[in-house]
Design a protein around this ligand. Structure first.
Ligand SMILES: Nc1nc2c(ncn2[C@@H]2O[C@H](COP(=O)(O)OP(=O)(O)OP(=O)(O)O)[C@@H](O)[C@H]2O)c(=O)[nH]1
Ligand SMILES: [Mg+2]
Ligand SMILES: [Zn+2]
Length: 216
């Protein structure tokens, strides 16, 4: 008996990611899925980005954490709409959680939604959320060898932010080695070097993002 192979069968997460995509398209909203290790600078990067697009893009933020609302309170204090998701132990966000948050946000008139994924360099890369762009951060304090040890996130991401470049003099971080390794794994990835502390490198990211959002 011939065995039937079903193609185009998506797992439950992917079905909901597609619903998210449709919801975003209906409203003309661009969504960034931001992933990185704990403490790499995701919230600092979001704050810099919000400041950079202020006045030109209406933004909202979805914060994913295992517990607490520290990050969403930081965002809300700037006047930008923020929704906190607590995963209650799970180490990544799934499309369903983001779907609940998108429904609660009034997306009409919102140009940009940034989702701060749970701090984790591993499985967030496996779960589509319906995003336009997967952005990951590697901070120099984590070391330039990370792509070799956590390859999926580097090969899945569209953008790599190398953050905390102000700390380079205090580390043995090798930028050239990092770029070589990453580009061999993912030749289409766009790399920005930045310090969310000093603001160095932020402008180049803001102008690149603004163009992407406006042309989407
Ligand atoms: N020196 C330096 N410190 C930074 C930079 N960006 C962020 N930090 C600091 O790094 C720490 C962690 O930053 P967060 O933005 O909270 O990092 P996060 O990735 O959101 O952390 P979690 O949400 O807990 O996973 C804070 O003390 C920041 O002030 C940077 O460019 N340079
Ligand atoms: Mg954070
Ligand atoms: Zn996980």
């Amino acid at each position: 008996m011939e065995i039937e192979v079903l193609e185009g069968v998506f797992d439950a997460n992917e079905i909901i990611a597609r619903e998210n995509r449709a919801l975003l398209d209906e409203n003309g909203t661009f969504m960034v899925n931001l992933m990185a290790s704990p403490g790499a600078g995701k919230t600092s990067f979001i704050m810099r980005t919000l400041e950079g697009v202020k006045g030109s893009l209406k933004s909202a933020v979805i914060e994913g954490d295992i517990a607490g609302k520290v990050d969403s309170e930081k965002i809300a204090a700037t006047g930008v709409a923020a929704i906190q998701i607590n995963t209650g132990g799970s180490c990544h966000l799934e499309a369903k959680q983001v779907n609940h948050a998108l429904i609660r946000l009034d997306l009409e008139g919102v140009d940009l939604v940034i989702v701060e994924n749970v701090g984790n360099l591993v499985c967030p890369a496996e779960f589509k959320l319906g995003e336009d762009l997967k952005v990951m951060i590697l901070s120099v304090a984590e070391g330039h060898d990370k792509p070799l040890k956590y390859p999926l996130m580097f090969s899945e991401s569209d953008v790599l932010i190398v953050n905390k470049i102000d700390l380079i003099p205090h580390t043995d971080f090798d930028m050239e080695a990092l770029e070589d390794t990453v580009l061999k794994m993912n030749s289409r990835i766009v790399i920005f070097k930045m310090s969310c502390r000093t603001g160095e490198g932020v402008d180049a990211w803001i102008s690149w993002l603004s163009k992407r959002v406006k042309s989407a």
